[in-house]
Design a protein around this ligand. Structure first.
Ligand code: SF4
Ligand code: SF4
Length: 485
């Protein structure tokens, strides 16, 4: 097995075989906070595809929908077209910077509370407690023979795992199609094979990652514990065992027999027993700690029982740890959170968010692209005028039909008309009706006097005739004989 040499020259294996982790139930403010985050994140994940959002008769009414078939992304009132994908990229960049911000301020809080791996592992660990009992019962069952009790409990537990995993995979595909329709199609065998395949893959991965691999994912598979060190410094909050207060550790009995000889840690191991990754925080900061703070709840409970002050294990920065060791005071939490690094992350995050909001507010929902037909480049008309042909690509990105005016500027005495029309009666503007949420291609003919530059730039513009008047424009050439085709 590969190994790494530490500073003392000792060789430690890069991978340690998994030990069973049977975290004990614990109560306290961090556990309650974790319950709340779990409830909110699971409700968002499972519930979002079922939220409706009225966009009128021409667009889907699912609040959040990745419509791959029609290449649209709907998020409440916002609709993103493929050429606007930079908004999604912006959201991803904001998510990344948000993660940097959270990590630099409160360490691995994302890992401890909101990461899907943590949330689902926590859920599965509650299933363990529900079926097998708390930690001691789980250990007894795991180490015991394959009795009727063990087989039946394992069967029930794995069936619950599979049910959760199946609903997790099932919820995922609902983001990609109308949820009620897809649910009906799925259960009646009419959904696309990719839907069944996706649910099967996600069911299997949720079952394995949440049910069995659990903390192994955090320690060995996830790159984030390695990357996060770049975002943290001596002012980032970490779950810390205050060894200067707790050591030397010893039981209450020993402490009573030898007053002043022992620290506050009574070596009860409750902090280890509740840890979802099975580590001992008293050994110092380590990659397996996801900063869920359940050991703080456990230790605070123990300290309350033995009549000692809370906070033997607590959120603490390296700076504060050094200050406390030297007999000083920890800094106020606000000063820990608000410092140049976190403020810079917050500033960049806010600037990107504000720029995106501004851009969303300013964007026009009428888009124009013009192509000059090359064959023929121009047509000489009998009255001395010259005609050029163009193809307009008009995007109506609103979920309603639009009436728009197309006009030209910068081309003296030009008239225009569309396919099916004639030059007689043509003016400098044509009006068109565009289907909702669609791309319309229109052939446009423009006639202008034959006298003038061989190649002349001019502008074709669109303007909304109902509601938002903002349109788009494109600069294009008008060619006359002698333009060097
Ligand atoms: S829970 Fe607290 S008192 Fe008990 S072993 Fe852990 S640090 Fe020591
Ligand atoms: S050591 Fe404490 S904070 Fe870290 S993972 Fe374990 S219980 Fe959570």
């Amino acid at each position: 097995m590969a190994s790494a040499e530490d500073l003392s020259g000792a060789r430690a294996p890069l991978y340690a075989a998994r030990r069973g982790v049977y975290p004990k139930a614990v109560s306290g403010p961090f556990r309650r906070f974790k319950w709340a985050i779990m409830g909110v994140t699971l409700a968002i994940y499972y519930g979002t595809p079922w939220m409706r959002w009225d966009r009128g008769p021409y667009a889907p009414d699912q609040a959040v929908l990745v419509d791959l078939a029609n290449r649209r992304f709907y998020m409440f009132q916002i609709e993103i077209w493929p050429h606007e994908f930079y908004y999604v990229a912006g959201l991803l960049i904001m998510a990344g910077i948000g993660l940097f911000l959270v990590t630099s301020a409160v360490g691995r809080a994302w890992c401890g509370y909101a990461c899907p791996q943590t949330v689902w592992t926590d859920l599965f660990q509650h299933v363990d407690r529900l079926v097998d009992g708390d930690r001691n019962a789980q250990v007894r069952l795991a180490n015991g023979p394959w009795s009727f009790e063990k087989i039946s409990k394992r069967t029930i537990k794995y069936l619950i795992y599979l049910t959760i995993a199946f609903w997790t995979g099932g919820a995922w595909i609902m983001y990609f199609a109308d949820a009620p329709t897809l649910t009906h199609d799925f259960w009646t065998g009419q959904a696309a094979p990719i839907a069944y395949g996706t649910v099967a893959v996600l069911t299997a991965t949720t079952f394995i990652l949440g049910g069995f691999l659990r903390e192994q994912v955090c320690i060995y598979m996830c790159p984030w514990p390695r990357i996060q060190t770049a975002m943290m410094d001596e002012k980032s909050l970490l779950v810390t065992y205050k060894d200067w207060r707790g050591e030397p550790r010893g039981s209450v009995k020993k402490a009573m027999a030898h007053p002043g000889a022992f620290g506050d840690c009574i070596d009860c191991n409750q902090c280890v027993a509740v840890c979802p990754t099975g580590i001992d925080i008293r050994e110092g900061p380590q990659i397996g700690c996801i900063t869920c703070a359940l050991c703080i709840d456990a230790c605070d409970g123990v300290m309350a029982q033995v009549g000692r002050p809370r906070g033997l294990i607590d959120y603490c920065t390296l700076d504060d740890a050094a200050a406390e060791k030297a007999g000083g005071q920890a800094r106020p939490a606000l000063r820990t959170l608000l410092r140049p690094r976190t403020l810079i992350y917050l500033g960049v995050w806010s600037a990107i968010g504000a720029a995106m909001l501004f851009s969303l507010g300013q964007r026009t929902r009428l888009d124009l692209a013009v192509q000059h037909e090359r064959s023929p480049l121009h047509v000489q008309l009998s009255d001395g005028h010259v005609r050029n042909n163009y193809t307009l690509k008009l995007r109506n990105m609103e979920t309603r039909p639009r009436r728009v005016a197309v006009s030209v500027s910068g081309l003296a005495d030009a008239v225009l008309w569309t396919e099916g029309g004639t030059r007689e009666g043509a003016g400098r503007t044509v009006s068109l009706t565009l289907a909702p949420d669609s791309v319309t291609r229109v052939r446009l003919f423009i006639a202008a006097p034959g006298t003038g530059p061989a190649r002349q730039d001019f502008t074709i513009s669109t303007r909304g005739l109902d509601g938002d008047p903002r349109g788009d424009s494109d600069i294009i050439q008008f060619d006359r004989p002698g333009s060097g085709q």
